[in-house]
Each structure stands twice: as C-alpha cells, then as structure tokens.
Design a protein around this ligand. Structure first.
Ligand SMILES: [Zn+2]
Length: 198
C-alpha cells in the first residue's frame, strides 16, 4: 500500500515537472529548422521503473527526484518526437535486487516484456552513475546520479554512443547545465523506438 502511494506521488511529480517546463516551449523547439521529425507521427517508448529500497526501507531515489528525472527525460524525448511513458513504479528491497550479478539484473528485466526495465539503485561504485546492460536489457541509475543520467542511459538502450561535447546528453563527461540530444541523435532515437518492442 505504501509503495503504491509512493508510485502515485512519483507520477504526479513527473506531471508537475512537465507542466512547469511547458508544452509550448517543447513545440517551439520541435518545429525549429533542424527538427528531425517534422511531419512524422509521435512514437512512444514505455519504461517499467523499479526503485530499490535499503534495509531501513529508504528508496534509492525519492518520489520527487524520480519525478524530476523522468520529467526531464520525457521533455528530451518529446523533442525527438517520442512520448516517454511509465508503465509502473515498483519498490524492491535491495536484498532482492542483486545488481552486481547478471542473474539479479535479469530478474529485474524479467518483470515485464513490453516495457524497458529501469532500476534506480543505491550505488554502483564510486564513479558509476548509470549503466545500460545490453545482455540483461536493463537500465540502472544510481540514486546519486545527475538529473540527465536517465536520459543518457535510455539513449544507450536505444543505440546511441558517447559524444565528447559536454552540451550533449551522450557525453560521458561532466555534462553542462542543460545538455540535449543532437538533431541526428533525435532522428536515430525516433527510428530506434519504431523498431523496438517497447
Ligand atoms: Zn554512457
């Protein structure tokens, strides 16, 4: 019951973030001369979120921060003509989510077959903020990650490689204040979503 209530708050957080950013701003940017998807239909990608909780029941990421991060990713994907949907938010004890083992990560991936599994965890090592594990098909994001780490790892999951420009979301560097996907990357993402089962 508690987890369900938290999940609802997370969803509300994302909705509030989207409202704050403003749909008008998105539309303006999408219609800019370099828009990659002019005249193309909007596609959708669905993620299934798992949030690890520690022995004291504390989640790796608060519902508010989760809402912020998902909302930010939703805006960036909207610029690529993609609607980012959240199928579910599930809370899982860290003892059940053994993220350092392939089997544990696969257990997360097995939770759904129609959504991309995204797990928020308490920590993955001193310098790792997020990772896409192609063999298990899971995006892992540290609770101490940056605001654009989720977008970055979703980019990997949809086939994007690293860039060196700090203003690009796919830079593995310390990214700038408001990194974005490039027009080329947005075209790739849109095409990749069309070919994926998510
Ligand atoms: Zn990366």
């Amino acid at each position: 019951m508690h987890a369900r209530r938290q999940a609802k708050r997370g969803g509300l957080g994302a909705a509030l973030v989207l409202a704050a950013v403003g749909i008008g701003g998105c539309a303006t940017r999408v219609e800019a001369p370099q828009a990659p998807i002019a005249g193309h239909e909007t596609r959708a990608v669905t993620i299934a979120v798992t949030v690890a909780t520690n022995a004291r029941g504390l989640p790796a990421v608060s519902p508010e921060v989760l809402g912020d991060w998902v909302g930010l990713a939703a805006v960036e994907f909207a610029h690529a003509g993609i609607e980012l949907k959240v199928a579910s938010v599930t809370y899982m004890r860290s003892s059940e989510a053994r993220l350092k083992t392939r089997r544990g990560r696969r257990a997360l991936a097995a939770r759904t077959d129609s959504a991309l599994p995204v797990a928020f965890v308490h920590g993955m090592g001193p310098r790792t903020r997020g990772v896409w594990t192609p063999r298990e098909g899971v995006v892992l994001v540290s609770g101490t990650a940056g605001a654009t780490t989720l977008s970055h790892e979703l980019g990997h999951a949809l086939g994007l490689d690293h860039q060196t420009d700090p203003s690009n979301i796919m830079c593995s560097c310390q990214r700038g204040a408001s990194p974005t996907f490039s027009a080329t990357q947005r075209r790739h993402l849109w095409a990749a979503v069309g070919a994926s089962r998510f």
